[in-house]
Ligand binder design. Structure first.
Ligand SMILES: NC(=O)c1ccc[n+]([C@@H]2O[C@H](COP(=O)([O-])OP(=O)(O)OC[C@H]3O[C@@H](n4cnc5c(N)ncnc54)[C@H](O)[C@@H]3O)[C@@H](O)[C@H]2O)c1
Ligand SMILES: [Zn+2]
Length: 1611
């Protein structure tokens, strides 16, 4: 990119005046311009250019070169001496803004005799600008400085105004000066290399300025999101585009425009108020609260991110105080959010950045106390009055209580009955507009003819996108009146044209469906021009196939650009919508139907729409569409059989159209009137409404005893005196299901002097699958308040209770992130004595963002803010606002492991096993609880209730984990399933993680758990079904755990138990997992260069779902050293056409990891490859990417691949918690712009080196030269970290052959290659052989007789499968001396040794293994090269794999290998018996018995093994022993059978080393007794595999070898 930094003699620039001079200059490609201007107009003998190391490699070379060229040109012209240029590159980041750096720069300049005749050039972000500005201010009492800001923040903020500063340990910016720069050059070209997060960071200030200053600037930002981001973030814009006006793209102009606007405002304010008066205070919008947050979360979050949240909070404060309307708050929040900024502390993105750091409202307020801008002890905050306008020309004084209330995350609702001044008896209000009606109204009016004024529109993402889309289609013109409350829309009667850019609808479902049909209305377009509709990554997964099919059938030309049947789609206009008969499958979404109906009047022929596919879903929405079309003058005729007919026509816009309120929302204020005995009128909903919930007042409130009056468009309710609502013994709410929550809370306070006082609501089964299981949620929360409620099959039943007896739970009502739960309980809270806390108050924003303001301001209910989260500790508070380093404690492997998870997943069984594996002890929190409280849990719950139980449970957990507790270390602690239900317990668990401990979430397929639990009645159950509980808890489990293990089972026996073999497999998986996370056996690939087994490789799995290819996994992985799970290539699961929620997606991937771990013992590389890096994951979803990667770590994947193109903050926070997972830091040069050896590539290397344990750089080769360049690069990095360096593309295959560290490979059985040019292991080995990188070795079988040996088959099959050029031959000899020459020959690779040379061969060997020493025989010889004083010496090494053959076959048959049978028996006394004895000992069998027909030989053997273990020789097989493992080594023709009683004790495992026939008589006998059998042939194969692995350093392709051997054997 360096070469593109401009040499344009005369670029077009914009100038801005500040403090009376036009010293701010903006443009593109200004390098030459800047240098010429500076050298001419700020003459000096010394120029000092300072920048940071992120910028230097990209920009410095050009700057230096141009400086020299221009300065000599000017010097020649003027006949003067050329000035000197001093260049210094600083480390990037805030730490450079220090006294030390300032000192260093000064000392360096002084030592170079730099004088007063000096000019500084500060090229960098705010850090460089602030620091160098300050250096310039004091150097020689002040010399000129020129600011060349390179970040957006520096351009629009820090470079303007002359504030300079450095940090000290006591705080940021504490030392500095005002020092105005001589010039400020904003070369927007710099922004192209700026990381995205830094760009967003700067946008916060840009949006801030527009918000306080100028609405039209703000509108540009709102509408220009895509263009502005594109202009900045598109990395490879053509060389000098934008320098002059004629080369400037529209997007570039817009970018310049918005930066210019922002800079102008700052310049104006500085000019008129240089040192902080009133005006400058306005720029502080968002900063008062923003700083409070920043002090707590810095450096995890950036300044702009905190200010963004601050702005939203300050705007909400203005709204709460009545200065600002919700429309403005919504616009501000949406605008910030669209530029990637966070708008709330509760946001997931924020949580992931700051972990469980809680910004307690009191802590924020404390920090705000010391804000310089406060007036005395009164806080000053900028009050927005509208977009582009502030309440006063300065910050306003605001009371603490108001700030506290807005900032607090929870709401305390106080009862009206306890108010000193009770609220007004009568209120009138308009509730928020309906989303469905808003969207329809916008579309119809835009297509309609004439001007209309739309009021009460819901302002949401959906409507915002709809408006923008209609505008870009040229459908209509818009303007806003009344501060955005009224939309004036001039419809053009259906005239549409193809927009210049794609239409983007985010994740707005309605907008996308409606607009798809609208695009087909465009009649014509210039040749080749198409209208494109697209959305965000989520949107692209939501199917619209039935709609596309129907439209295409009418002749529309629509293509799906990415995936068939999904967005994005491109429509080519061909004469407009044809119309006629259209068939549409309507069982999936009514939106398809509405979409076509809405457009139908504009078809060329009348439309007859026939709905097929049986059931029509959501008929009421179709009815709503038809009714609204009628409001605008178009009739839809209903014919039988779900058929609709629409004649041609044009919508006629009425003068005004009020969007009806959302009927469900309207139920809440009406219910407040009902429950408090007052009167409430909702003005925008009445009898005319088509929304089912509009009948709530008539059908529910009236029978409960309210007076109800309804006009066509309004509803008025008056409640009976408090406490006198009547129950509804049975009410069917099927037509208004969303309103059942409102009815439920009213039912809680009914009285019925005569009857049973029970309300039964039915017909609401669908409410189980809304934001949460609403029926269960209502039951649960009501129960907490002491109200009796229970679930009905399709409803809920509530017992009314006297209000005075209702008790709000201390911790408040939990809302399940469901707006309706929150609003319903706030209705109830208006009468509950002493006040009720509603947690997560934010969740109301989904449909009624200012609900709390309206509840307080309009309905007169008193509210107060509450924050039950943890405050900062004293120590933390002391360090607030000071320079902090973020560091998390090291993992402490001796700390106890806490196991959490649903009841029934096996926390106890697997927990005990985990303890055994790790040598820890085991404790169950429930047992501890029962022991210390001396009660049983059911008893406790019956006596004290659940709530009390949870309190005590938390206490128990806290005690167990306390520092001085005996359980704090080396325990496995199993918790009850509900431990995560309270925030207190969750806090305890999080603290454990923070202190370096482990919290392990154990998961099992829920279906299995449910089945299992149906059998288990030992514990009392909540009145909830398991699925609901799981759905509620799973986010909590996942929030508190730092590890998750999936106990994967693919077969289960009937009642939910898994089979014993499956349990065994689960335990094995768990063992591997535990050994990994505790660092005892990390299973990492040995990457030592030059070792046997190099090159190492990993196979990339490309399938969508491992479940479908389970039986192939082993084969696919043969010979590889690791296996890569390409998560981005996995199926995005969809359920019933609905996009599956994020939690289920996680569960799916977790299972894939578990399946892989089950079937393949290789380490797993967890990779999520983004599109820009040659994968399939979205390029703009950093959050989603790192969420997944974090899970990769939590699932114990041995490696996690991280692309270095993401923001450093994200990468660093991932690395902080990596545990034992190694990081592969990768970078792919997909656009082919960064050749090997270039400076840019070096930067990528450095970046990867900073983060990775292994570096992976991938280029693209289009010719051989590219590979040579790569090899030269590789050579220079020899001493560095392990490096994977390859080139993609067919021409790059050579690089894959040469790369020796973890080369990605494919396998013929995979559905696709993960990257172009990828080779299989066999191909790589063959190529390496041809290139002379891999010698062909000879391997031998030495012994006699060997003609019938299986060994050649074993090894040659293995060599062939892996593409190794080696051969295995027979060397039949009676005397071992004949083999000597072979052993010494240079192409000798290794040998198997058999009778009669197993002992004699030792004389040729340099070294032997431990097993050889014990067994006394060698069966394997291999060659090793050993470094002796820098020289590699060849050594022969003897090993014995016979015992391994036995061990590796017998051990997996044990139910629990870590708990082997007590006794074992070996029969025979030859060489094989020795291997048998050693194998038994190696498997951990304590009592080993030996029997031989000739007892003396047995006693000899006993003696030989004496140093290892004590063997008992038995004289007779009748001896009274109970062996669990028997190894027989006597020949098959002996026909031996064992006395029956030996099989009597336990079902054991028998291994017969004789292998002709396969099933010997002995094995047949044992099998009849139910024993597990190991055949001699199996052991033979297995010892061969072990041999193969010793020789090649690779895992043997076992399946293929076994198949070949058995084939030969059968012959
Ligand atoms: N003086 C003021 O009025 C004022 C106002 C606001 C902020 N500040 C100060 O500004 C500083 C923050 O400034 P910042 O946000 O610019 O941070 P910064 O200077 O640290 O830059 C952010 C990161 O982006 C890199 N970078 C900069 N330009 C780049 C480019 N064109 N391409 C690639 N990478 C690039 C930097 O190396 C750095 O890693 C803080 O110290 C703050 O106190 C001062
Ligand atoms: Zn700021």
């Amino acid at each position: 990119m360096a070469q593109t930094t401009g040499r344009v003699a005369q670029p077009d620039v914009e100038k801005v005046a500040i403090l009376g001079s036009e010293s701010i200059i903006l443009g593109f490609h200004l390098t030459d311009y800047i240098l010429r201007d500076v050298l001419t107009n700020i003459p000096a003998s010394n120029y000092v250019l300072i920048t940071d190391s992120n910028l230097a490699p990209i920009y410095l070379p050009t700057y230096e070169e141009r400086f020299n060229a221009i300065s000599s040109e000017i010097a020649a012209e003027k006949g003067q001496k050329e000035p000197r240029l001093f260049v210094r590159v600083l480390a990037p980041g805030e730490t450079s803004k220090s006294r030390k750096t300032k000192d260093d720069i000064e000392d360096w300049l002084l030592s170079n005799a730099v004088t007063r005749d000096t000019c500084f050039l500060a090229m960098g972000g705010g850090v460089i600008g602030d620091l160098i500005g300050f250096v310039a201010a004091t150097f020689m009492r002040g010399v000129p400085v020129v600011q060349i800001p390179t970040t957006l923040l520096a351009m629009v903020d820090s470079s303007i105004g002359g504030k300079t500063a450095i940090d000290t340990p006591a705080g940021k910016n504490l030392i500095g000066a005002f020092w105005q720069p001589k010039r400020i050059f904003m070369d927007l070209n710099f922004l192209r290399t700026l990381p995205e997060r830094e760009f967003s960071n700067g946008m916060a200030e840009v949006i801030k300025t527009a918000a306080i200053w100028n609405e039209s600037d703000f509108v540009k930002l709102e509408n220009g999101v895509e263009a502005i981001r594109h202009a900045v973030l598109q990395g490879n814009a053509s060389a000098l585009a934008g320098a002059t006006l004629d080369t400037r793209t529209e997007a570039q102009s817009l970018l310049l425009d918005v930066i210019l606007a922002s800079a102008k405002v700052k310049a104006y304010v500085v000019t008129h108020d240089e040192r902080e008066g009133g005006l400058r205070g306005l720029l502080n919008f968002g900063h008062s609260i923003g700083h409070g947050i920043e002090a707590i979360v810095s450096p995890l979050m950036l300044h702009g991110e905190c200010v963004s949240i601050g702005m939203v909070k300050e705007a909400e404060l203005a709204r709460n105080l009545g200065h600002l309307n919700q429309v403005a708050v919504g616009r501000l929040a949406r605008c910030l959010s669209s530029y990637g900024l966070p708008i709330s502390l509760e946001e997931k993105k924020v949580k992931d950045r700051i972990g469980d750091l809680h910004c307690h409202v009191d802590d924020i307020m404390d920090i705000m106390k010391v804000d310089k801008k406060n007036q005395g002890d009164k806080k000053r905050i900028v009050m927005l009055a509208a977009i582009g306008k502030t309440l006063e020309p300065r910050a306003s004084v605001i009371a603490d209580a108001a700030i506290h209330k807005v900032l607090a995350p929870e709401q305390l609702v106080l009862p009206v009955t306890e108010a000193a001044n009770p609220p007004k008896k009568e209120v009138v209000l308009t509730t928020p507009g309906s989303k469905s009606i808003s969207n329809r109204a916008l579309l119809i009016a835009a297509l309609g003819k004439g001007t209309t004024r739309l009021t009460n529109l819901l302002h949401s993402d959906d409507t915002q996108y709809m408006l923008a889309a209609l505008q870009s289609l040229g459908a209509a013109d818009f303007e806003w009146e009344n501060n955005g409350e009224t939309l004036v829309l001039h419809g053009r009667g259906g005239q549409l044209s193809v927009p210049d850019k794609e239409i983007y609808v985010g994740n707005a479902g309605t907008a996308s469906r409606f607009l798809t049909s609208v695009l087909t209305l465009i009649a014509s377009a210039p040749e080749g021009k198409k209208a494109v509709l697209t959305g965000n990554a989520r949107m692209k997964q939501r199917p619209i196939a039935p709609l596309l099919t129907a439209l295409k059938a009418t002749g529309a030309i629509i293509e799906s650009i990415e995936k068939e049947g999904f967005l994005p789609v491109a429509v080519t206009p061909n004469g407009g919508f044809k119309g006629g008969r259209i068939e549409l499958a309507a069982s999936i979404s009514s939106q398809y139907v509405s979409s076509i109906l809405l457009c139908a009047p504009y078809a060329n022929e009348p439309v007859e729409l026939v709905l097929t596919g049986g059931q029509v879903i959501s008929q009421p929405y179709i009815d709503m569409t038809i009714a609204m079309m009628k409001d605008f003058g178009i009739d839809v005729e209903r014919l039988p059989n779900n058929t609709y007919k629409v004649q041609k026509g044009v919508y006629q816009n009425p003068e005004a159209y009020a969007v009806e309120s959302d009927a469900s929302s309207a139920t809440y204020p009406l219910a407040v009137a009902a429950i408090t005995g007052r009167t409430c009128t909702v003005t925008n909903i009445g009898t005319k409404s088509l929304q089912g919930d509009a009948t709530f007042a008539i059908n529910v409130l009236r029978p409960m005893g309210c007076q109800v009056e309804q006009t066509e468009t309004s509803t008025t309710v008056t409640g009976p005196p408090i406490g006198q609502l009547r129950p509804l013994p049975s009410v069917d709410m099927e037509t208004m299901t969303d309103a059942f929550l409102t009815a439920t809370v009213l039912a809680a306070v009914t009285s019925d002097p005569k009857g049973e006082n029970i309300t039964r609501i039915t017909g609401i089964a669908n409410q189980r699958v809304k934001e949460c299981n609403r029926i269960a949620a209502m039951v649960h929360e009501l129960t907490k308040m002491g109200v009796t409620a229970s679930e009905l099959p399709d409803g809920i039943q509530i017992h009314g209770k006297p209000i005075k007896d209702i008790k709000a739970p201390a911790e408040g009502i939990f809302c399940y992130d469901d707006h309706r739960v929150a609003m319903a309980f706030s209705v109830l809270a208006t009468v509950v004595p002493k006040g009720t806390i509603i947690q997560e108050k934010k969740c109301v924003e989904k449909t009624w963002p200012n609900w709390w303001d309206d509840l307080e301001g309009k309905l007169g209910v008193r509210l107060s803010g509450v924050d039950q989260g943890a405050r900062l500790s004293q120590a933390e508070r002391k360090h607030l606002g000071k320079m902090r380093k973020s560091n998390s404690p090291k993992m402490d492997h001796t700390k106890s492991i806490v196991i959490i998870g649903m009841r029934g997943v096996g926390k106890t069984t697997l927990g005990q096993y985990a303890a055994e594996t790790l040598g820890f002890k085991f404790v169950d929190v429930d047992h501890y609880f029962e022991k210390t409280l001396n009660t049983t849990i059911p008893e406790f719950i019956n006596t004290w209730g659940w709530e009390q139980f949870r309190v005590k449970e938390t206490e128990a957990l806290q005690k167990i984990l306390a520092k001085d507790s005996e359980y704090a270390r080396e325990y496995v602690i199993s918790c009850g399933g509900g431990i995560v239900e309270t925030s207190e317990s969750r806090a305890v668990l999080k603290e454990h993680v923070r202190q370096g401990g482990k919290v392990l979430h154990l998961v099992r397929d829920l279906d299995h758990v449910v089945k299992y639990l149906n059998k288990d009645t030992t514990r009392p159950m909540f009145g909830e079904d398991m699925m609901t509980i799981w759905k509620r808890r799973r986010t909590w489990y996942r929030e508190v755990c730092n590890y998750e293990f999936v106990a994967y089972a693919d077969s289960i026996v009937e009642d939910g138990w898994v089979t014993p073999t499956e349990w065994q497999a689960i335990k094995k998986d768990l063992q591997r997992f535990l050994l990994f996370i505790t660092g005892r056996d990390t299973n990492h690939v040995d990457l030592t260069p030059g070792r046997v087994g190099v090159p190492t490789t990993f196979v990339s799995l490309t399938m969508k779902d491992l479940r479908t290819t389970v039986d192939k996994l082993r084969e696919i992985c043969e010979g590889a050293d690791a296996v890569e799970l390409r998560v981005d290539l996995l199926q995005q699961p969809e359920e019933d056409g609905k996009e599956v929620e994020c939690q289920m997606y996680l569960e799916y991937i977790a299972e894939q990891v578990a399946i892989l771990r089950r079937h393949v013992s290789l380490p797993i590389i967890f990779t999520v490859r983004s599109k820009g890096q040659a994968g399939a994951f979205a390029d703009n979803d950093e959050q989603g990417m790192f969420d997944l990667l974090r899970w990769g770590q939590r699932w114990g994947c041995e490696y996690v691949d991280v692309e270095v193109c993401w923001s450093s903050a994200a990468i660093e926070s991932l690395i902080r918690d990596k545990g034992n997972s190694l990081i592969i830091s990768s970078w792919h040069d997909v656009p082919q712009q960064t050749p090997w050896g270039s400076k840019e590539l070096e930067i990528k290397y450095q970046l990867a080196d900073k983060y990775g344990d292994i570096i992976k750089l991938v280029g693209v080769a289009t010719n051989l030269q590219h590979n040579i360049a790569l090899e030269e690069f590789r050579e220079t990095k020899k001493a560095g970290k392990h490096l994977i360096a390859i080139n993609m593309g067919a021409a790059g295959q050579l690089s894959r052959v040469i790369n020796e560290c973890l080369t990605p490979i494919t396998h013929p059985s995979l559905p696709a290659k993960a990257a172009p040019g990828q080779l299989s292991l066999a191909e790589i080995n063959q190529a390496r052989h041809l290139l002379g990188l891999l010698d062909a070795k000879k391997y031998w079988l030495i012994g006699t007789p060997i003609q019938h040996s299986m060994s050649p088959t074993i090894h040659n099959t293995g060599f062939d499968t892996l593409g190794l050029p080696h051969r295995y031959n027979l060397l039949e000899c009676h005397m071992v001396e004949y083999a000597e020459e072979t052993l010494k020959s240079p192409n000798f690779g290794g040998a198997s040794v058999t009778i009669p040379h197993k002992i004699a061969v030792m004389k040729y060997l340099d070294d032997i293994s431990e097993s050889v020493k014990m067994i006394g025989a060698v069966n394997t010889v291999c060659v090793r090269y050993v470094d002796v004083n820098g020289k590699m010496e060849r050594r022969l090494f003897g090993d014995n794999t016979d015992y391994l053959g036995i061990k590796r076959r017998v051990q997996p048959l044990m139910l629990d290998p870590s708990n082997p049978p007590e006794q074992g028996l070996v029969i025979g006394s030859g060489g094989t018996a020795r291997a048998g004895l050693y194998a038994l000992h190696q498997m951990g069998i304590k009592e080993i018995f030996l029997w031989n027909r000739t007892a003396s030989k047995a006693h000899e053997l006993k003696k030989a093994f004496a140093s290892l273990c004590d063997i008992t020789v038995i004289d007779s097989l009748e001896a009274d022993i109970e062996p669990g493992v028997i190894v027989s080594t006597v020949p098959a023709d002996s026909g031996i059978e064992l006395p029956e009683h030996l099989y009597g004790g336990i079902k054991g495992i028998i291994c017969d080393m004789a292998y002709k026939p396969r099933r010997t008589k002995l094995l047949q006998q044992a099998e009849r007794k139910g024993w597990s059998c190991v055949e001699g042939i199996e052991v033979l194969i297995e010892q061969g595999l072990a041999q193969f692995e010793i020789w090649t350093g690779k895992r043997a392709p076992a399946d293929k070898i076994e198949a070949e051997v058995l084939k030969r054997y059968e012959l």
